[in-house]
Design a protein around this ligand. Sequence first.
Ligand code: ASP
Ligand code: MG
Length: 406
Amino acid sequence: MTQNIIVQKYGGTSVGTTERIKAVAERIKDCTKNGFSVVVVVSAMGKTTDVLVDLAKELSSNPSKREMDMLLSTGEQVSIALLAIALHDTGIDAVSYTGSQIRMMTDGNFSNAKIANISTDRIISSLNENKVVIVAGFQGIDEDDNITTLGRGGSDTSAVALAAVLGTRDCEIYTDVDGVYTADPRMISAAKKLNEISYDEMLELARLGAGVLHSRSVEFAKNFKIRLHVRSSFSLENGTIVMPMEEMVEKYVVSGITMKQDEAKVTIRDIPDKPGISAKLFNALGSCNIYVNMIVQSTGHDNRASISFTVKKEDLAKTKELCTELNKDFGGSSVEAKENIAIVSAVGVGMLSHYGVAGKMFGVLSGQNINIEMISTSEIGISCVIDSMYAELAAKALHKSFIEEI
Ligand code: ASP
Ligand code: MG
C-alpha cells in the first residue's frame, strides 16, 4: 500500500551524467528499502535545456512558443527514461511518465504555464504495484493536449504540486548546493547554511536575487504546508528545511543578505506634483512590458516632485527613451539614468517583531561611507540601492554585523 509516499526532485546537475544517474538510482533504492513509496521528479540532464534553446535560436530569433515547449520538454523525457533504466538495473521496479501521461493539466500559457490540476490515478496505481514512479518535471499539457512548460527551473514546481495532490508533508529537492545560505558563499566565505527557513523568507530571498528554488514551488508549498528539504544529491548531510514560520525552532532577525546587480535606476526630476502624473508614467511603462521594481517619490516642493525607480538593465534604453518622451509633457527638469547600481537587502522574519533593524542597516552602510540612493521595505525585508562599486563591501559589512556577530 502507499501509506508512506515521499516526493523527491533531482535537478539537472544531479542527473547530469550517467554516473550521476546511477548514484541517484542508488539513493532512491535506499529510500525504498526504508519502506517509502517514492515518486521522483527529474529535470533535464545538465545544461540540456540551454542547449535546446540555443538550437532554436540558430533557426529563429523569435521561435513559436508552442514549438519551444515541444522542444524543451524532450530534455526531461530523456532523463526520466534513463533513470528508470538505471533503477531497473539495480533491481528496483520503476516506471517513467511524461507530464501528459499523468494528466499534469496546465493553462495554455506556453513557456510559463500554470498548473491547473493533476490526476493521481496512474501514479497511485503504479505505486500500488510497488513501482518507483518517475515523472518528467517542468512539463504539462493544456486542455487541447498541447505540451506546455512551467518556466525555467519549473521542475521544483512540478515536484511540490505532486506532493500536494498526493497529500505528502515532505518533499525533497536535490540540487548541487547543500542548502540555503545566509548569503552567496561564493561572495561571502563566512556565509552559513541555515537549518530552517520560512516560506516567506524564501520567497523574499528569491525576489531579491538569491533564488535557490522556483518561486512558484515555494508558494505551492506554503499553501499546502509542505516542508521542502533543499539538499545536495552529492552528500548525505541534511540541507535546509523550508517550512511554516510557526513551526520554526531557529528564528533570526536577519537570515539572509542578498545583492542584486541586474537593475538600473531612472530619475525624473521636478515634475508636477499633481494627481495623474505617476499613473501616466507607470501605465506607459507597463504597456511596454517594462517591469518596475522599486519606486521612490520625493516629497513635493513648490508643486514639483522627483520620482526614481528601478527597471531591469536590459530595459533601461527603452525606459529612458519613453521617459524622455513623456517628460516633454510633464515639463520636468531632467531624466537621468544610472546603470551602475546594486540593490543590497537584509531579509528575516524576525523583523516582524524587532525594532531598529532599518536603523542598524543604514548605520552599517554609513560606517563604510556608502551613500544610500533609494530605500524600500517590505514586512520582512529592507533594500537599499547603492553604487555598484560598493556592492560587495556593503554585503560583507551587513553580513558581518547582522549574521556573524550575533
Ligand atoms: N530543465 C528545465 C530548466 O532547465 C526545468 C528545470 O530544470 O527545472 O529550466
Ligand atoms: Mg534546473
